[in-house]
Design a protein around this ligand. Structure first.
Ligand SMILES: Cc1ncc(C[n+]2csc(CCOP(=O)(O)OP(=O)(O)O)c2C)c(N)n1
Length: 312
């Protein structure tokens, strides 16, 4: 059985796409924020938990008889996410929350954000956060981790942040084999500022700064993980996941967990890229935006572990 937090739901329809039993549908009722929230339409739920795994708002609790199969991670605050409907930042925040709960890291964690939609993570977690300037999170994280080597430190960044203005800071953290973890979200554009072209934007893509489509004039799309894999320690951990399907969400969670463990084992630099959707700036509904990741983005940015340290 599923319980939907009606006030958290933003009606993005991603749960309805993936429910294997077609249990979930729109209620036709609008919550206080103005969204037509979803609710169960029949009794066919098999408590598989997929709806809650794909929900970008952490709005669905799944129970089997009296047992909770899935619920919102404990480390998340009660406040609703402020991302746009269907934004992948929500799913990625939730996965990180699940891992922090499972690994018991809440008390030890210091998160570092730069500027971009990634910044909102600090409102969503009951852990310590420090905010750096745009692109500078890896420099700030370097200082924190060197002073507090036993704290668990991770940065949470955007693709514009890590691939353009902050490329030097991030790459030098890898070159110096700093013992913290970078998680960055590749949504193919500068999300917060309205969808400008980013280093990861695919050729031909129309953005607010490439109205005729991106060309090599703005640069070939950068495969950040592969580039970083050429520098630094042979023992670094670098992987790329995506959140377009339940299977890929689960795989991405494994990569991030592995990266976090790499840091806890003091093995040096770790980084996970997550391919996500920005439905608002892509001008697609949330379900079609996920299809775009599957059909167009993943073929250019292959998923998997890109650098697995010899001792990993
Ligand atoms: C030094 C500096 N330059 C530019 C900006 C404006 N700015 C704020 S967010 C942002 C884009 C962030 O894009 P990205 O890193 O891809 O993250 P997203 O918002 O897509 O998650 C820019 C350019 C700024 N805040 N500071």
């Amino acid at each position: 059985m599923i319980i939907v937090d009606q006030e958290r739901c933003k009606g993005c329809s991603i749960c309805t796409k993936f429910c294997p039993k077609n249990v979930i549908g729109h209620s036709g009722v609008f919550n206080k924020a103005g969204y037509d929230y979803v609710e169960p339409q029949n009794e066919d739920c098999i408590s598989c938990g997929i709806c809650s795994q794909v929900c970008p708002e952490g709005a669905i609790t799944v129970k089997k008889e009296d047992k909770v199969v899935y619920s919102r991670p404990q480390v998340l605050t009660d406040s609703a996410f402020t991302y746009c409907p269907g934004c992948s930042h929500g799913v990625i925040n939730r996965i990180i929350g699940e891992i922090i709960d499972e690994m018991g890291l809440a008390e030890e964690t210091i998160g570092v954000t730069p500027i971009g939609c990634s910044i909102f993570i600090y409102k969503n977690f009951k852990v310590d956060y420090v905010e750096g300037a745009h692109g500078r999170a890896p420099a700030v994280a370097t200082g924190i981790k060197r002073v507090y080597p036993d704290k668990f430190v991770f940065t949470y960044q955007g693709d514009g942040d890590i691939g353009a203005i902050g490329l030097g800071e991030a790459m030098y953290a890898a070159i110096r084999d700093e013992n913290f973890t970078i998680v960055f979200v590749n949504n193919g554009n500068y999300g917060m500022t309205g969808g400008q072209v980013a280093p990861t934007t695919l050729l031909g893509t129309v953005t607010t700064t490439t109205p005729k489509g991106k060309t090599v004039h703005e640069g070939y799309p950068v495969r950040i993980c592969e580039t970083f894999a050429t520098v630094g320690s042979d023992n670094a951990y670098i992987a790329r996941g995506a959140v377009d399907t339940p299977a890929n969400i689960r795989k991405t969670k494994q990569y991030i967990k592995k990266a976090f463990q790499h840091q806890l084992d003091k093995k040096g630099f770790s980084m996970v890229e997550v391919l996500g959707a920005c439905p608002t700036n892509w001008k697609l509904d949330p379900v079609k935006a996920l299809d775009k990741i599957t059909d167009t983005v993943i073929p250019y940015f292959p998923l998997g572990e890109i650098k697995v340290g010899k001792e990993a």
